[in-house]
Design a protein around this ligand. Structure first.
Ligand SMILES: [Zn+2]
Length: 276
């Protein structure tokens, strides 16, 4: 099953958050989300044992770590990692607590995370390639150029799209980007396993039914006629309009990913590698 998920938003337990946990959960459920992580600043909002409305699975404990330092999302941690550590130590502490570390909004103030940081750091699962909260901040919501640069250097990381909402009324931000997860079931544990194995894509409304790599051949299928663009080693190599497209990787081509644009919006696959 396909489930829509957001892994970064703030309740009024954050000093800059404006709405309650219950209001956030209601908003996301009303907009057909099936997974939500509430990542308040430097303090865990504990959702253990709280049932989301309808089919909304809640990540029990998550937090966004970082004050003057870079921001790291700790998704599904057992407890609060110590503050004031180096970025690498913070990532290690998140992993030790069973969490996934995601590096937030690389393009906040244009250089929140650099490609060099991302190549050097170990143990995080991926980065936010899109974060719509950045529409209100200095910087840019997109970090695809950094994503490509890191992949070009041979490092495999996942692409996430989160809205980082701080309220439910700013329609430019909330619900403007999400992750579409192909999961065995609707429970948090199923969704977490699917995310960790990269079975999801980032969407602003566009849909992808399959993105598969077999024997060096990458295929993408969409339910609606779409503009499908393939990116290899950071360069656009093919652009096609239709419901499906394929590309065969050649010698020296490290990875491929696709961006699609349909009447519903855009969508972005994970990177695929010839050995997959
Ligand atoms: Zn945030």
């Amino acid at each position: 099953m396909w489930i829509k998920g957001n892994l970064h938003c703030h309740s009024n337990n954050s000093s800059d958050g404006e709405v309650s946990v219950a209001e956030l959960c209601q908003w996301y459920r009303a907009h057909k989300y099936g997974l939500l992580a509430i990542t308040d600043h430097n303090s865990i909002t504990d959702l253990t044992g709280i049932a989301g409305p309808g089919q909304l699975a809640l990540v029990p404990r998550s937090v966004e770590i970082g004050e003057q330092t870079e921001n790291i999302l700790a998704i599904g941690v057992a407890d609060m990692p110590p503050r004031g550590q180096t970025n690498q130590a913070t990532i290690d502490e998140i992993r030790n607590r069973g969490g996934m570390a995601i590096l937030a909004h690389p393009n906040w103030r244009w250089n929140h995370w650099t490609a060099k940081d991302l190549v050097t750091l170990q143990g995080y699962v991926g980065i936010e390639v899109l974060n719509t909260h950045m529409r209100e901040c200095e910087g840019h919501e997109s970090a695809f150029h950094i994503f490509d640069e890191v992949l070009c250097r041979g490092k495999r990381i996942l692409a996430f799209g989160n809205d980082d909402a701080h309220n439910t009324h700013d329609a430019e931000i909330i619900g403007q980007v999400w992750n579409m997860i192909e999961s065995e079931g609707p429970a948090y544990e199923d969704l977490r396993a699917a995310i960790e194995s990269g079975q999801f894509y980032v969407s602003t409304g566009g849909r992808i039914t399959a993105a598969t790599m077999r024997g060096g051949r990458f295929s993408v299928k969409c339910p609606l006629e779409s503009r499908i663009v393939f990116i290899v080693n950071g360069e656009r190599v093919l652009c096609k309009t239709g419901k499906d497209a394929q590309y065969e990787l050649r010698q020296g081509e490290l990875y491929i990913r696709a961006e699609i644009e349909s009447p519903e919006g855009k969508a972005y696959t994970q990177a695929a590698f010839p050995e997959d």
